[in-house]
Ligand binder design. Structure first.
Ligand SMILES: [Zn+2]
Ligand SMILES: [Zn+2]
Length: 137
């Protein structure tokens, strides 16, 4: 997602765009991003800088690190970037910063819910779905 600096008017520029998540390389071993992100916000130009305020929305799937089941969650994040303007710049590419902001929110150990009970160490049953008969709980 690129902003043409000379197309940002004095009153600011509203932007609304869908970005393909593949373009930002967002998937990890545990986390799979939905196909698109919705990005909308405003670009404001002040004397020597461009300020970009964005809301980023997307949906993600992850494997719970305790019970191994796949679960989904929604990303909905507000971010703000400031770019100093050099006279030689024509465009600002937002993708690297958007990507970084999203990845910052990735959990190191994804959990389908905060109190996920995980799997029984003996029989492998998902304890969120009820007790097993191993007596370990
Ligand atoms: Zn879980
Ligand atoms: Zn068990």
């Amino acid at each position: 997602m690129k902003i043409a600096i000379n197309q940002v008017p004095a009153e600011g520029l509203y932007i609304e765009e869908e970005i393909k998540s593949a373009q930002l390389d967002l998937d990890t071993d545990l986390i799979k991003f939905g196909p698109v992100l919705e990005v909308r916000g405003k670009v404001t130009r002040i004397t020597n800088a461009l300020t970009v305020e964005l809301n980023i929305k997307g949906s993600l799937g992850a494997d719970c690190s305790r019970c191994l089941s796949r679960y989904d969650w929604k990303l909905d994040k507000n971010v703000r970037f400031t770019y100093p303007l050099e006279s030689s710049d024509n465009f600002i590419d937002l993708d690297p910063d958007i990507r970084e902001e999203i990845i910052l929110d990735y959990p190191i150990k994804p959990l389908c819910r905060p109190d996920c009970q995980g799997l029984c160490l003996k029989c492998g049953k998902n304890k969120n779905e009820g007790g097993c008969n191993c007596g370990s709980t």
